[in-house]
Design a protein around this ligand. Structure first.
Ligand code: GPW
Length: 827
């Protein structure tokens, strides 16, 4: 019988019991979905159709396990963890889901029979770019680890119709294009079209006294938008456990407003619908610089209000008293973006459940935990009071009451420091008043954590020092981590295989097992195998670069890679100054014996961030000059890869020799790219910042190139009066580089093009201390080049980096959160 006839397919599905779909039905399931879910001829389906059908076939398996996992959580009455984040960056799902379900080989076989390869089919997936960078990606690594650890957890976020923009480089400049990731449908999720919560904005607060003489607050007027749940599944690694990430999409409250119809205003009705659904239309593309727009505040409350309704509904099912709420729930705030959850829970408890304020507050501060991800002053979120009052009038009142009581307590605890109250107040008072979201989050949470040891110390010693004195027991550190399933097993299958051949598979769920590789570091045979795998990865990246950028690079050259969001504090500018320095050395002496290098850059700049975009343009201009200069040849290449995203990171990490982690000391909270590179055997060149410092402690200083000022030296220098010009005047190589940029060497058509970059360094204070660190960076780069010439030595360093990255698994991070903050265990 022909296996593609509807009868044959239906028969095959009947014989497969739903609870245990065996793997060998995968091909039949794909063809079944091609016909019945996608409505296509299943005789010769195209690649995109096969991808969609395979996704549906896997979703069938995921949903079964998800139901079973949810039942287990309910049956155990476990305390639940709610991880609230305005951003998630899951990356493509196909390979991850296959690996977690143990279906990779079956999928390959099924696809081969259908005339496709897994690589081709996986290439059809468009990743959901529902985050900007590190913060969103961390949330997704954490969900993966929560599932691996079988934690009773839920991720909550927003299903933006448009994720982070797609970046093109045109004429050397960034151009943004809309990311229409939902075009063609979404096959991993379930849209719960009948599962909606109302979310209310605006209106005014009416105060009244009820029959018992209580003062009551009721919101009147305003407008209501519906939040529709969309669930995506996150499977644990081969453990039959599946969590969900619930993303809310905005839907108009009524399909059409009847009042408009009554007045015959049909178009007015449609316009209201469109306005409402705008709430979840687009992710704000600003990283570490809040936009302060009304729509963004509405997005935050939209997530919070819908999620709180879900949490309360689940809690109510159990019929226990409200004072048990913190024993049964913990709500984790990923940065302050969802911190309006604190006044929202107070509103639910006080206005709706009629609990006394003190009791409600007692519940609140035992329920919330807050992670801070930045100390950059411009990144700390504040909202103009007027805007807050307009959008969330009752919440502003509640914040004022929280603040009144908090300041009262502070005054009693520190009676002799009158200035203190203004500094810790939840409200910044000045010409204009602002709500300080970080202060709200600290006061309303039982735990406040930083994301690396260094960052957590800075929080305690400087930016939140006064809160640390008030609530010392709340402050703690949880160093970030990354999931080894995506960032080694999936993205670097050949290296993963080499490792597994020698130490078995345990490292996949216990990354400290990589330590067992250390004895092989001296083995010539293993070194050779290691370097062969790495070279093949580098060849593949060279092919990709050739296809995308038309640039030919030497796979044997040193791949020196700087990929992350563009931000002045991340100092891509310092890197390109060094590139130009090498270029000048080659121009002066073509036989200088410089190690052939390929510099690879990637990353997006916020569309309104002028300087970041300008630096992208400079890198591309320098690249053009160098790549077309015949004197340079293969000695130096500069490549800018457009649209850096999770998918592209998966190509780059396995092929990198030198990882650039060169932020101004004290400014990068942790970094997580640093960990991904090192796990794949890259060596780091970096500053004493964020998690670099802990990486150094683990890999040893002979295996990581550290340079530059320390955090306290940056501060001291700034306090003493930093004069960047002295570096310009005393360092002739540096001077030559800056003069070339400002003199139009890289922009012959427009000699002034990059002048303001040099201005920012020489005449506007060089806020990120690029010039102060230049010389020590250049020296350390020379050390790196020398080390690369000794290939066995490099192989040893590379392996030891991988072998010693165990600590940086997100399983370790999540284990610490679960034990020390949340008080939960695996189901
Ligand atoms: F400013 N991070 C980020 F703290 O990617 F909100 N986007 C952001 O908007 C912020 C932080 C915010 C990053 C940090 O820069 C990085 O150092 C850290 O590793 C990452 O968050 C995850 O903790």
């Amino acid at each position: 019988m022909d296996s593609t006839t509807p009868e044959a397919l239906a028969g095959m599905r009947e014989t497969a019991s739903p609870a245990t779909l065996p793997a060998d039905t995968l091909k039949a399931d794909i063809l079944w979905h091609v016909l019945y879910s996608l409505g296509r001829d299943n005789e010769r389906p195209d690649r995109q159709t096969v991808f969609r059908a395979l996704a549906l076939a896997l979703r069938d398996r995921l949903v079964e396990k998800w139901i079973a996992s949810q039942r287990a959580i309910y049956a155990k009455s476990s305390k639940r963890v709610y991880y609230l984040s305005l951003e998630f960056l899951p990356g493509p799902f196909l390979r991850q889901n296959l690996i977690a379900l143990g279906l990779e080989k079956e999928a390959r076989d099924a696809l081969t029979e259908l005339g496709f390869t897994l690589d081709d089919v996986a290439g059809e997936e468009w990743e959901p770019g529902l985050g900007n960078g590190g913060l969103g990606r961390l949330a997704s690594c954490y969900l993966d680890s929560m599932a691996a650890l079988r934690l009773p957890a839920y991720g909550y976020g927003i299903r933006y119709a448009f994720g982070i923009f797609h970046q093109l480089i045109r004429d050397g400049q960034q151009v943004e294009r809309a990311d229409n990731w939902l075009r063609g449908g979404q096959h991993w999720e379930f849209e719960r079209t009948h599962y909606m919560h109302p979310v209310r904005f605006y209106g005014s607060v009416r105060e009244w006294v009820d029959e018992q003489g209580r003062l009551r607050h009721t919101l009147e007027g305003g407008s209501t938008v519906m939040a529709m749940a969309c669930d995506m599944f996150i499977p644990g690694y081969r453990n039959d456990y599946v969590l969900n990430m619930r993303l809310w999409a905005a839907k108009s409250s009524r399909e059409f407003e009847f009042s408009f119809f009554n007045t015959g205003d049909y178009i007015g009705a449609v316009e209201k619908k469109i306005r409402d659904e705008n709430i979840s239309m687009v992710l704000y593309p600003n990283d570490e610089a809040p936009e302060g727009k009304e729509l963004r505040l509405k997005q935050q409350f939209f997530l919070v209000s819908a999620t709180m309704q879900d949490i309360v509904r689940r809690f109510r099912k159990k019929g226990v008293a409200w004072d048990q709420f913190p024993r049964k729930n913990v709500i984790h705030l990923n940065e302050t973006h969802p911190a309006v959850a604190i006044p929202e829970l107070m509103r639910l408890l006080v206005d709706e459940e009629l609990l006394p304020w003190e009791e409600a507050w007692y519940i609140c501060v035992r329920t919330f935990a807050y992670t801070n991800h930045t100390v950059l002053p411009e990144a700390l979120e504040v909202w103009p009071e007027e805007l807050f009052r307009k959008v969330l009038p009752r919440h502003l009142q509640i914040i004022y009451e929280i603040n009144r009581r908090f300041l009262h307590d502070v005054r009693r605890q520190f009676p002799h420091d009158p200035g203190l109250l203004a500094r810790v107040s939840l409200i910044h008072e000045g010409e204009q008043r602002f709500v300080r979201m970080s202060h709200l989050a600290i006061v309303g949470s039982f735990s406040v954590n930083g994301v690396s040891a260094h960052h957590s110390n800075i929080i305690k010693e400087s930016i939140f020092n006064e809160f640390y004195k008030i609530f010392p027991e709340r402050f703690n550190n949880k160093t970030n981590g990354i999931t080894p399933r995506r960032w080694l097993r999936q993205c670097n299958p050949t290296l993963a295989w080499l490792i597994t051949e020698h130490i078995g598979t345990e490292w996949l769920t216990d990354l400290e097992q990589l330590k067992k590789l250390e004895p092989y570091a001296e083995s010539a045979g293993f070194q050779k195998a290691w370097m062969e795998v790495r070279l093949r990865n580098k060849q593949k990246l060279a092919e990709y670069i050739h296809a995308k950028n038309g640039i030919t690079i030497l796979p044997e050259s040193l791949y020196d890679v700087h990929v992350k969001r563009f931000h002045e504090y991340k100092r891509q500018l310092l890197n390109i100054l060094h590139v130009i320095t090498l270029y000048n050395r080659i121009r002066r002496d073509p036989d200088a014996g410089i190690v052939p290098r390929t510099f690879i850059f990637g990353g997006k700049a916020a569309p309104g961030y002028y300087m970041a975009k300008h630096i992208i343009q400079l890198i591309n201009a320098v690249g053009y000059t160098i790549n077309t200069d015949p004197r340079v040849g293969d000695m130096l290449k500069v490549v800018f890869l457009q649209n850096y995203c999770v998918t592209l990171a998966e190509r780059i990490m396995p092929a990198t020799d030198l990882s650039e982690q060169i932020s101004t000391a004290g400014m990068e909270a942790s970094g997580t790219g640093n960990m991904k590179f090192a796990l794949n055997g890259a060596i780091t060149i970096g500053t004493h910042d964020g998690a670099n410092i802990e990486m150094l402690e683990h890999v040893g200083d002979e295996n990581l190139f550290l340079f530059g000022l320390l955090s306290h030296e940056v501060e001291d220098l700034r306090r003493q009066g930093y004069n960047p010009r002295t570096f310009y005047e005393t360092d002739s190589e540096l001077r030559e580089v800056l003069d070339m940029i400002s003199g139009g060497y890289f922009s012959p058509g427009d000699p002034h093009m990059f002048r303001d970059i040099v201005e920012s360094l020489l005449n506007h204070g060089d806020r990120y201390m690029v010039l102060a660190d230049f010389r020590s960076y250049a020296y350390r780069q020379q050390d790196a080049a020398r080390a690369y010439l000794d290939q066995p030595g490099w192989a040893r360093r590379s392996m030891l980096n991988t072998a010693r990255m165990g600590f940086f698994s997100s399983d370790r991070s999540m284990g610490e959160y679960a034990r020390d903050i949340w008080g939960v265990e695996g189901v």
